[in-house]
Design a protein around this ligand. Structure first.
Ligand code: NAD
Ligand code: MG
Length: 396
């Protein structure tokens, strides 16, 4: 019989968190939920606690915790409520937890993912920002802690599935020539370039193929999401930037590919539904049912295009930040988070996103981070720089 896996889900109320619980619910004999965490969606968290009876629920601060305690008491649920970053680190690293789904959005996911790495957990990594900000430190922590890393991002999960099982970080030794990272091109792939500055947050959040959180939806529209994923692939697969090629594939049927020396290209295909990579990682090395319907190949064409940097300047900024290395990917990520938040709040135009990131990158100090604190500082400075740029734009 399969051993029951004890799970913590960081970011349980988000798109990835909800999809994870959907797969978990199909296999009650395999999984036991130890902890669920959320920032603001308390009603949803109460409903999840009622259904999955975790031992712990974690929220951002003491106020939210007090509210949640009252709501759980009224619902007759005995889950213990904790709060704050230390509590997130605690539920990501406690001995009774085997597997941590890291699905908090943004830089906030870094410290809990690090805690899981140091504690040697099986980490299902959705929070790509962890690798973008702190790739070297995180991979070192994974190795030192003896953790196991399984990518959830659909492209990286596809690459993981397309690499030989014995891959241990040396692509050349496995005969790999290139990683072909597919991208849908988002909602603005064919929009006339002149219309781009006028697009609205609602338009940017309407993704043609995937249903996702707002921040990553905007990142898909700008293709910063692919830029972050190039950096993510660099760290996960120890791939030099020139070995990673971005391929626009608007149908999102092929989720990425590995190109081998002998001319073979191995791909992973499927319907665009995050439950597939989630189920792959939850069941690994076994295959388990995800609830995703079988792929119907008839009546559809698969097409491919090269990305155009004048339409997607954020993709170029990400390649440049990766080439320069050090703290620049963390700066790129932080400036992007600040700019996207301003765009979603109606305080910045679409074109300001790339421009403010470029501004922050130009002011950033390079060099390798000695510790997480250096990264946190670079992150804060990048947010201030992007904010300063956006301020001047708002006044003029
Ligand atoms: P989401 O916005 O739907 O959910 C985010 C979750 O994080 C929520 O549970 C929220 O409560 C929690 N959270 C937000 N801010 C927090 C904070 N400051 N502290 C603690 N918790 C906080 O996001 P999502 O789409 O589920 O994405 C989650 C992560 O997975 C992101 O890093 C994203 O890039 C990655 N990812 C998502 C998809 C997708 O299809 N949605 C695909 C690939 C990768
Ligand atoms: Mg992805």
């Amino acid at each position: 019989m399969t051993k029951v896996q004890n799970l913590t889900i960081l970011g349980a109320t988000g798109t990835i968190g909800v999809n994870t619980l959907d797969v978990v619910a199909r296999h009650p004999e395999r999984f036991n939920i130890v902890a669920l965490t959320a920032s603001t969606q308390l009603e949803k968290l109460v409903e999840q606690c009622r259904r999955y009876q975790p031992r712990y629920a974690v929220v951002l601060d003491e106020r939210a915790a007090a509210r949640l305690r009252g709501m759980l008491r009224d619902a007759g649920v005995s889950t213990q409520v904790l709060c704050g970053i230390e509590a997130l680190e605690q539920v990501a690293s406690m001995p009774e937890v085997d597997t941590v789904m890291a699905a908090i959005v943004g830089a906030a996911g870094l410290r809990p993912a690090m805690a899981a790495a140091h504690a040697g957990k099986r980490i299902l990594l959705a929070n790509k920002e962890t690798l973008v900000m702190a790739g070297r430190l995180f991979m070192q922590a994974v190795a030192a802690g003896g953790a196991e890393l399984l990518p959830i991002d659909s492209e990286h999960n596809a690459i993981f599935q397309s690499l030989p099982r014995e891959f241990k970080g040396d692509l050349a030794a496995c005969g790999v020539r290139r990683i072909l990272l597919t991208a849908s091109g988002g909602p603005f792939r064919t929009l006339p370039l002149d219309d781009l500055p006028h697009v609205t947050p609602d338009q940017a959040c309407t993704h043609p193929n995937w249903v996702m959180g707002k921040k990553i939806s905007v990142d898909s529209a700008t293709m910063m999401n692919k830029g972050l994923e190039v950096i993510e692939a660099h760290w996960l697969f120890n791939a030099a930037p020139e070995r990673i090629q971005v391929v626009i594939h608007p149908q999102s049927v092929i989720h990425s590919m590995v190109d081998y020396l002998d001319g073979s290209v191995i791909a992973q295909l499927g319907n665009p539904d995050m439950r597939t990579p989630i189920a792959y990682a939850l069941g690994f090395p076994e295959r388990i049912d995800s609830g995703v319907s079988a792929l119907d190949l008839f009546g559809r064409g698969l097409t491919f295009e090269a990305p155009d940097y004048s339409r997607f300047p954020c993709l170029k900024l990400a390649f440049d930040a990766l080439a320069q290395g050090g703290m620049l990917p963390a700066v790129l990520n932080a400036a992007n988070e600040a700019a996207v938040a301003a765009f979603l709040a109606g305080q910045a135009g679409y074109g300001d996103i790339a421009a403010s990131i470029e501004y922050a990158l130009a002011r950033a100090i390079s060099g390798e981070p000695g510790s997480l604190d250096d990264l946190v500082e670079a992150d804060a400075q990048a947010r201030r720089d992007a904010g300063a740029y956006l301020q001047t734009r708002a006044i003029n």
